[in-house]
Design a protein around this ligand. Structure first.
Ligand SMILES: [Zn+2]
Ligand SMILES: [Zn+2]
Ligand SMILES: [Zn+2]
Ligand SMILES: [Zn+2]
Length: 314
């Protein structure tokens, strides 16, 4: 059964709300009948970088940075423009914002023009984080159930487990070989690579590029993609943890070292200047494990391994 019920989610991502999208595993749970439009003021390069990672989830996420520089309300204006553009196409609309008065006016207008269930708002002011997106997703799923909405793509989707071809039952040691096999032998289905981070790729090159860029990005920032904050760094096995910072804010604890470093520069500094006095260990998503630098790099690299091959019968 397919369903025409669709939801439109408009996010005003300024004031830290881009952090809602930090956890890709959560982002990927957004139901397929929900279209998300993200608005922000383009002059913040960090937000832009962070949100641009999402462009791979093409189906549901649409990035709409405002192009005007130095204009405080440009993201709001763009959001309202898109609301007007789509208001007839979606039975349900959600606006996620701070407490901008401007939205109250639009929301009450939409309610009186259509009906009071047509639109809702969610105000997020304090320390936005990915769990809040999880709540929003759960509410979307509830609305879907209320409308008996079962997504047709979900039904036809077969995810292959155990490296086995769905048709000729040939087995493969590696997911990539399975993917190549299906691509060349079973042309009637469309086939994608599923990354451990839940992103999906229709071709090999896109996946390899993704794996490379993610590995490079997290390695440079000393960041585990399973965490919203930065990992603890232990310089010696019995030392207290230092919390790494993304900014040029990391201070070397050794006497006589005054400079501040970015996370990667800090590690490089420690290794070149204090090599004989340190034993670096990093504690990230699992508080029970301390990893050496090399183990940490392998850990973040493995977060983008292939975990499945998905085929969709069209
Ligand atoms: Zn086969
Ligand atoms: Zn130092
Ligand atoms: Zn980790
Ligand atoms: Zn990935």
């Amino acid at each position: 059964m397919s369903c025409s019920y669709r939801q439109l989610l408009l996010f005003d991502c300024d004031a830290g709300r881009s952090s809602l999208f930090n956890n890709l595993e959560i982002v990927n749970q957004i139901p397929l009948n929900c279209q998300c439009y993200l608005f922000w003021n383009n002059n913040d390069p960090q937000i832009t970088l962070n949100l641009n990672r999402l462009s791979q989830i093409e189906q549901r996420i649409h990035l709409c940075p405002s192009t005007l520089r130095n204009s405080k309300n440009s993201a709001d204006a763009k959001l309202i423009y898109f609301l007007g553009k789509f208001v007839n196409d979606f039975p349900f609309i959600l606006i996620v914002h701070g407490n901008d008065q401007i939205y109250s006016e639009v929301i009450s207008t939409v309610k009186s023009e259509f009906n009071s269930q047509k639109i809702e708002e969610k105000q997020i002011n304090e320390s936005p984080h990915s769990q809040m997106l999880q709540q929003i997703i759960e509410q979307c799923q509830q609305r879907n159930r209320k409308w008996n909405c079962v997504d047709s793509t979900q039904i036809q989707r077969l995810v292959i487990n155990k490296n086995k071809c769905f048709q000729c039952t040939k087995e493969f040691k590696q997911y990539l070989s399975l993917y190549d096999h299906i691509k060349s032998k079973h042309k009637s289905v469309s086939c994608s690579i599923i990354c451990k981070c839940n992103l999906k790729f229709a071709n090999r090159q896109d996946y390899s590029r993704h794996k490379k860029t993610e590995a490079k990005r997290t390695r440079k920032a000393i960041q585990c993609s399973r965490m919203n904050s930065f990992p603890n760094l232990f310089i010696k096995s019995d030392s207290l943890p230092l919390l790494l910072s993304a900014d040029k804010n990391n201070k070397c604890p050794f006497n006589g070292c005054q400079r501040l470093y970015k996370s990667d520069g800090f590690i490089a500094h420690l290794q070149s200047k204090h090599k004989n006095d340190i034993h670096i260990q990093i504690q990230c998503c699992d508080s029970a494990i301390k990893r050496t630098l090399q183990e940490f790099y392998e850990h973040i690299q493995s977060q983008h391994n292939i975990v499945d091959v998905e085929i969709i019968v069209t």
